[in-house]
Design a protein around this ligand. Structure first.
Ligand code: BES
Ligand code: ZN
Ligand code: ZN
Length: 491
């Protein structure tokens, strides 16, 4: 059986007060001799955005039809909101419609592409996703398909983008005793196994030691779970020697805070403290699936941050790969310790750009909440590409400062070259963290994405269910796609 959620452009009524249908909606209405429109107008005024009505028995091939309010007709880029409102409305309407179908326990749904099959596919695949793995009672599986065949390429692209984000959501949502550093690495390796142009290195602790990654190791040694440094090479460019885009992701599979222990309430959310690693690795899996014509290297230092007899103690001094010494004034500011070493290592590849993502600071959540990822970058070229990508995906970014002002607050340190917290500890916490990372970067095109605020979703993004959000995976993919078209490559 087929079922079809039909978004309608409700807030823009026709002159006669009837609802405005999408073209697929109009075609379906003709198929049932105008009965859909007639029934809808009997139900009252046109549907408001995101509101639904269900009709049964209209057509034998479509036993149930969900109609969803799509909002303003011809909505496009909204200059205040920094996103494409038309695409956002389609994602939301389709997600709502597909969930209704799932609630009715109908296994198969045909989706109205609403004039943008990619956005429609994203809405369907993101909207239906839920972490079900460990429950005996699971929601019924619904398979969304495109209604009609005109836009099947765009539909498939949307499915691939959304599945990429869902992979990151899966890794972030999974409990920390299931996704340990080694399990994370093996899961990603398995996703990349089918691609002949991808090489995955799962580096063990002995390799990390030889690399002299003293900052990363100092965090890892507090846990019984061994660390892993995951290194992915995707060679999508025609020339395998083309300078790569290098992605780096914070991979703390559980952040208890260490000796600077976090409060126990809400600590379970810190199973998602590998969100940086999850989003960048998922973006590479997606880039490979799309066969994007560029080279990408992915780096993910993976470990747990735990209190123990071997853990970092406040005041300890450790040495990063580039020789800089770091005073660990707060063991809960561990992400920057992992990233310091991974960023040093990232400089080995003659990168076009280095982009890192990390659930780095609670202060980022205080600053922007879940509206946008904070981007700290030394390159306006890089910023422009990230920003333009995010307008399309609706998974927004907002530029944040890398002032010397903040650098002074981390380099004024009693025992070492840098402290891992700012001297006015809470003030501008996201900015002092970024200034700390900058001490380990010499590349002229680097961006740090603080994704702590967008880590999880309550109900802010209507096409994502409650839970770990996998943001901003689609923006990273779209950004990589744009870089692969930018032949000038800044510089
Ligand atoms: N992983 C946390 C940051 C975080 C907090 C991410 C909430 C997502 C949601 C990070 O390791 C951390 O604990 N940072 C400290 C830094 C502070 C000690 C300078 C923080 O934000 O409190
Ligand atoms: Zn922490
Ligand atoms: Zn952390």
């Amino acid at each position: 059986y087929h079922h079809l959620p039909l978004p309608e452009n409700s807030e823009c009524e026709k002159a006669d007060g009837a609802a405005q249908f999408t073209s697929a909606g109009d075609a379906f209405d003709r198929l049932v001799s105008g009965k859909l429109r007639a029934l809808l107008s009997l139900c009252g005024p046109p549907l408001k955005k995101g509101k639904t009505r269900i009709f049964h028995g209209l057509h034998q091939d479509f036993p149930s039809v969900v109609v969803v309010g799509l909002g303003k007709k011809n909505a496009g880029i909204n200059e205040q909101e920094n996103w494409n409102e038309g695409k956002e409305n389609i994602r939301t309407a389709v997600a709502v419609g597909c969930r209704q179908i799932q609630d009715l326990e109908i296994p198969c749904v045909e989706v109205d592409p609403c004039g943008d099959a990619q956005a429609a596919a994203e809405g369907a695949v993101l909207g239906l996703h839920e972490y079900n793995e460990l429950k005996q009672k699971k929601k019924p599986v619904v398979t969304p398909q495109l209604h009609g065949s005109a836009e099947s390429q765009a539909w498939q692209k949307g499915v691939t983008y959304a599945e990429g984000q869902n992979l990151a959501r899966y890794l972030m949502e999974a409990p920390a005793n299931y996704i340990t550093p080694i399990k994370f690495a093996e899961h990603i390796e398995q996703k990349l196994r089918t691609f002949s142009n991808v090489k995955v290195h799962i580096r063990p602790e002995s390799w990390i030691t030889t690399q002299e990654m003293g900052a990363f190791l100092s965090v890892a040694k507090g846990s019984a779970e061994p660390p892993i440094f995951l290194e992915i090479h995707y060679l999508g460019s025609a020339n395998k020697d083309d300078s790569p885009l290098v992605f780096v992701g914070k991979g703390v599979t559980f952040d208890s805070g260490g000796i600077s222990l976090k409060p126990s309430s809400g600590m379970d959310a810190m199973r998602a403290d590998m969100g940086g690693a999850a989003t960048v690795c998922s973006a590479i899996v997606t880039a490979a699936a799309l066969n994007l014509p560029l080279n990408i290297i992915g780096l993910a230092p993976l470990c747990e941050n735990m209190p123990s007899g071997k853990a970092n103690k406040p005041g300890d001094v450790v040495r990063a790969k580039n020789g800089k010494t770091i005073q660990v004034d707060n063991t809960d500011a561990e992400g920057r310790l992992l990233l310091a070493d991974a960023l040093c290592y990232a400089h080995n590849f003659n990168a076009r750009a280095i982009v890192n993502a990390a659930t780095l600071t609670g202060a980022m959540d205080v600053a922007l909440g879940s509206a946008a990822t904070g981007v700290f970058t030394n390159s306006s070229w890089l910023w422009t590409h990230l920003y333009e990508a995010s307008i399309l995906t609706g998974d927004r970014v907002w530029r944040m400062p890398l002032f010397e002002h903040y650098t002074k607050q981390v380099t004024d340190c009693p025992l070492a070259d840098v402290s891992n917290i700012g001297k006015y500890s809470r003030a501008g916490g996201a900015c002092t963290a970024a200034a700390f990372l900058k001490e380990f970067v010499t590349a002229s095109h680097w961006a740090h994405l603080d994704i702590a605020g967008v880590m999880s979703n309550k109900d802010e993004v209507p096409y994502l269910r409650k839970g770990m959000a996998g943001r901003p995976t689609r923006t990273l993919v779209e950004f990589a796609a744009r870089l692969s078209q930018d032949t000038h490559s800044a510089k």
